[in-house]
Design a protein around this ligand. Structure first.
Ligand SMILES: Cc1cc2nc3c(=O)[nH]c(=O)nc-3n(C[C@H](O)[C@H](O)[C@H](O)COP(=O)(O)O)c2cc1C
Length: 186
């Protein structure tokens, strides 16, 4: 069965990302064509990258890196739930991505973002990063507005149409995740 990790990319107290990631997980979990797991960066407590050897060589010294590596290696595909901070993704998510290399290669990814402009600028940066990691990122994306999908910028109330878009993101991500498993087998 295809395994999809839903990565919650914000860590700050009071983060909106938690409600968004739970919404993604709840909708995804109704499907029977893949298995889903919520991966909360907070639980991995990663410091700023502290490995001496470049991640592309896969020689990890630290226990936190080994745990993060083992978790990310489990999945065929990812849904990144990202805020927009200063027209990019969060530093915490970028740092967590940077820790690993081979674990991401030849897998698929979709994006769910939020911000005043739907978090779209964060996703554009993530798409560049995915290229370097050999991750196939799908076209569809969910872009949630801080102004209309949250009350008082903090209570998540997504417009109903986002669910259909999320379904398309999941359809595309699962399809590519399945296809790329054959590439990984060689
Ligand atoms: C450091 C910082 C920078 C931000 N920069 C932007 C930005 O450039 N564009 C934007 O639309 N929202 C920006 N925001 C607003 C965030 O998108 C909004 O606070 C969102 O809820 C953050 O996600 P989080 O609550 O999960 O941490 C910024 C917020 C923070 C904390």
């Amino acid at each position: 069965m295809t395994k999809v990790g839903i990565i919650l990319g914000s860590t700050r107290p009071g983060r909106n990302g938690e409600a968004v990631a739970k919404w993604v997980y709840d909708i995804a979990s109704r499907r029977t064509d893949a298995e889903f797991e919520l991966v909360d960066l907070l639980e991995y407590n990663l410091p700023h990258l502290d490995e001496a050897v470049p991640p592309s060589l896969g020689q990890y010294a630290n226990e936190h890196t080994k745990q993060w590596s083992a978790k990310i290696a489990e999945f065929d595909a990812y849904i990144f739930v990202t805020p927009e901070y200063n027209h990019s993704t969060s530093g915490a998510l970028k740092n967590a991505i940077d820790y690993l290399y081979a674990e991401w290669n030849n897998k698929a990814a979709g994006f769910v973002s939020y911000g005043s402009a739907g978090g779209t600028r964060a996703v554009e940066h993530l798409r560049l990063i995915m290229g370097e990691l050999q991750v196939a990122d799908v076209r569809a994306q969910v872009a949630l507005s801080l102004l209309t999908d949250f009350e008082n910028y903090s209570v998540f109330k997504p417009a109903p149409f986002h669910e259909a878009t999320l379904t398309t993101v999941l359809d595309q991500t699962i399809a590519w995740g399945k296809a790329l498993a054959t590439v990984r087998k060689g």
